[in-house]
Write a protein that binds this ligand. Sequence first.
Ligand SMILES: C[S@@+](CC[C@H](N)C(=O)[O-])C[C@H]1O[C@@H](n2cnc3c(N)ncnc32)[C@H](O)[C@@H]1O
Length: 338
Amino acid sequence: MASKEIFQKVIENTQGSLMLQLAFIGVANNLFSAFDSKDKLTSSELAKVSRMDAAYVERWCDGAYAFELLDAEGDNFMLSEIGSAFRPAAEGTLMPFAIHAALSAHMAVRASELAHTGEQPGEQVLIERAPILPWFGPMLEVMFAPMFTEHLLPKLSIFKEVDKSGGVVVDLGCGNGWYLRALTQQYKKLRTIGLDGFDENISQARAMAEKQGRSDRMTFQAGDIFNYSVDEAVDVIVMNRALHHVWFRKSEVFKKFADSLKPGGSVLIWEPAWPADRSELRNPAYRGMAFQNLAEHVQGNHFLQPEEIQQEFGRVGMESNVMLFMNGNEALISAVKS
Ligand SMILES: C[S@@+](CC[C@H](N)C(=O)[O-])C[C@H]1O[C@@H](n2cnc3c(N)ncnc32)[C@H](O)[C@@H]1O
């Protein structure tokens, strides 16, 4: 029988998981943001503001109150400190944790059924749950854009050079386009092209470029990396958490890099760095990655060690360097076409 301590630990984990599922319902249906219009709302007012069914919202409010996402005074509910932090617009929002929890639950169910047959349905698994899809890009943006602007961009002189000549940066598997938005925010002449397989991501990327008045320098296209070509020789190709998605056809991808770049052009690959030693996975900083690698398997992918990526650059005659950051969890592999 499990010890009292283990039992207690599992109960706490279960409660954490339930809280995140309730938070997901709140994020995906703008229930937290609804309190922007009024500090205190009854559950039926909240249902009205968020245009949802009153009986569902009433049950959600009880759950959110139980898990301290909402506080209550009589029939009125208001955001608690933690509930307020789940608002997607909150500074340092906790939104990604809620989306990640719901996506992980979906992936766990899919992995457990697919493990019987070995089937790997591919990327489409990510769009099986309609309420999750619109949050996929924003989740990644909140998780990684600050890491990029604070830790990586200051170290990358390449973009300054490309900006001087009004050159072009291509992002393959660009998601909602946050990386290119960060670049064009800082560099005013640089042009960008983003490609992604999901229409939803491309619609969001286009809408935000338009809103920020940068559509003249930023184009986005929905399509498959394998059927895609650019009309001009490219200065820089970037891929962020996307290379492992197309690794099963890596020789084509690396040939495309070499063929598309100008002489002297660069590729920057940002990937989670899968550890060489399994014991590292016990480190809390790696645990999420270990779960995600199972979810990646469902999609037909797996995480990579930086050396594997370097090897492929070598095969197309491109010299590469690895920079590890975030305590070694993240890798930037850069390569130049001679
Ligand atoms: C983990 S997401 C990363 C998105 C974005 N780069 C970011 O960092 O937020 C991987 C992206 O690669 C895209 N992708 C995967 N395979 C693709 C393919 N064959 N063609 C185009 N896009 C693809 C997916 O649609 C997804 O948006």
